[in-house]
Design a protein around this ligand. Sequence first.
Ligand code: AMP
Length: 282
Amino acid sequence: MIVTHTIEHAREQIALLRKKSRRLALVPTMGALHDGHLSLIKLARQHADYVVISIFVNPEQFGPSEDFDNYPRNLDKDLMKCKNENVDLVFAPDLFEVYDTQHFLSIKIDSLNRHMCGGSRPGFFEGVLLIVNKLFNIVTPDVAVFGQKDIQQFLIINQMVNEFNHKIKMVMAPVERANDGLALSSRNVYLSKEERAIAPGLYRSLNYIKTQVRQGVINPSLLIEHQKSELEAKGFKIDYLNVFSYKTIEPVLTLDKGVVYIIAGAVWLGKTRLIDNILIEL
Ligand code: AMP
């Protein structure tokens, strides 16, 4: 397994891999790897000959009051996990390798970021596009794998790939969950024992909404308000909980047949923000 920390070295090594004219898949991550990340690596392997994983905690996607400084980091452990998964190349640059002290350009998002996480984390997706665009240019993958866990991220990056003509196949991996349904996340380590015990409640609520919608509820607002109250009673603070259009990422009031929707929520348990979603096609 090649481990590289500089853009120049990564480019050299990737050029060597490319000489054999093989397909290359990229799995971008912020490290603190868990089984969700490993499922992305496994899926990447099905789409390419070589798997490259990037590990970089991207400050541009954290707001001033968010957890950039405390975000879990453990490169040695991550490298061991990558080795076990037969990753071919790990690109783990430091902050100064990726960002000059001054930068003059940014990527503007006109739509797709007004609701869900984009609504509550201003600048977040611009930061995501900045780093993903850099990674795409450095690694030049044929395939990029992202998780459904961050579905809005997937859809916005997919839009960037289409609009900015990146020649990259986007692959979405399903959400990997703990046995009790909680979506795996690097941030789950922040949860206290008590918080961890109630955390699967978010997925349960999403599933309840899905079942009701499947059973014919076409105006889900009352149902959602009820689920919000139930979650609040359990100790969650709601950031958002709603049904969104898969196409526009806007909340929908009535549901139509033959359309794909995202049932999604973001909640706080103490200082930890959890997100989750379910896709449904009526
Ligand atoms: P992160 O390190 O949190 O930026 O995540 C890196 C990638 O892993 C993103 O594409 C996430 O959507 C994906 N990911 C995170 N958690 C999970 C999960 N539980 N199941 C599947 N993919 C995940």
